[in-house]
Design a protein around this ligand. Sequence first.
Ligand SMILES: Nc1nc2c(ncn2[C@@H]2O[C@H](COP(=O)(O)OP(=O)(O)OP(=O)(O)O)[C@@H](O)[C@H]2O)c(=O)[nH]1
Length: 490
Amino acid sequence: MLDASSAMISKRRTPAQVAIAFLQQHTSARYLFLLISWVAVWYLSGLVEYTEHASIWFPPAGLTFAIFLIKGWRAIPIIMVAAVIATLWTNTNYDLNLTYSEQIVGGLYFGVAHIIPYFAGSRFFRWLTQHNPLSLPHFIVGFLLVAGASSLVATFTVILALIEGGMMPSGALQDTWVPFWIGDMAGVIILAPLFVMALAKIYPKVKIKLADIENEYSYEPSASYKYKLLLSCLLIVLTMLLSWYNHSLNSTFAIFFLVIPQMWIACTEPARASFFSLGIGSLLIVSLVHVLGLIEFGLVYQYAINVIAACALFAIATPVMALDNDMLRLRLATDSLTQVASREHIIKRGKLELQRSQWDNSPLSMLVFDVDHFKEINDKFGHRAGDTALKELCVAAQKSLRPSDTLGRYGGDEFIVILPNTDQKIARQIGTRIMQQAANLALTFPCRLTISVGLAQMDTKESFDSLFERADKALYLAKQAGRNCINSSD
Ligand SMILES: Nc1nc2c(ncn2[C@@H]2O[C@H](COP(=O)(O)OP(=O)(O)OP(=O)(O)O)[C@@H](O)[C@H]2O)c(=O)[nH]1
């Protein structure tokens, strides 16, 4: 029987989560799902063909690329079966009147011609990303190049296979290869990332870099994301209505302005939000081409989809790089051992606090403290024990401080505390408290930690360096006076 908490958890699962869990558990259901998905997206692309066998965009190319990235050679039979089913359907759609055996042979030709380039492209891309530490912009260039090259090769192999299988007239290559290629390429660069992210949910153990972009920098889309998406869709509808109304090439080119909202989304939202808006945008464009009868401008829309997608893919690197910068800044500001402020940060912060205190005429004090005979701790108990002592000392010292105070590591076993709005009397109390906290530390090795503290209160117009010098001198005198004591600069 389910207990109350597990019943609650299963209650909370959405239908999509239930379906994903089911697919994760059943291999044959996953194969069937992949097969049905491939045939479904192939059918979808057939709805937006604008010249024989060339769609505005060809989602099966993106799905094949994604499936091979995730499943490798094991996906070959699924794609092969899907290609044969698609060919049987093509025979009906185009009234080709091929016999069943001709259709099967044609389907096998098509399958092989479609599989080889995308299998090779996806495996090469996987090798490239897993064996070379690529920065995100290089990763995106690599993806665009591999997508462009594999779709170009697929264009020639598939057209030749279709001619050989009797499904295209001989001599069709010259007229068809450009729209064929651009359509396939759009299918890969726009939809493969989206398909990879979707498939990664049912194959959670497979580590794919395209999905990792999302995982590594996983944060939620902003509250305004849905409005950006709505605006982008609205602009697509408006520009395409303009093209329909004027029925001119000039108006059709307005679709290129869509690069602006897509770049906006890519620069400000997480990768998955950007992939999703590209997918939705391209679906809306191809559907409206079909509904509004804009098929004669198909090539313009094909190029627009590709150019917008390529720009947006580069732009997704922007929020990722901004996050990297933030992390780097944080790392520079933090001492890696003790997690208190780094030397650079405490000096910067100290200078700012000094300026602020001088500006509003409030007192500021500085403590400089140093562990007594720390070298002996290292020598007796080892460097690791010394490290632990420093870490624990910082945790203890922080407990004596207020949120407005800053503790930083000046170097080695020497620390600085900046105390804004604090005169010498209060600073002495705080310093004494830190000394007590240090002495009360229960370390894992038999040692009683003591520290010596130097204290100085800021004089009017005094510089940071001069204040530090006085506090450091007071510390030196505390050491001279026998250690484990606090000394002020006057
Ligand atoms: N474990 C550890 N030791 C460090 C680190 N940084 C510096 N030290 C050691 O800290 C010791 C500092 O010694 P000193 O400040 O010269 O002198 P002391 O032994 O503390 O003696 P007094 O300051 O005169 O009381 C040196 O032995 C350094 O090698 C660190 O990050 N970890």
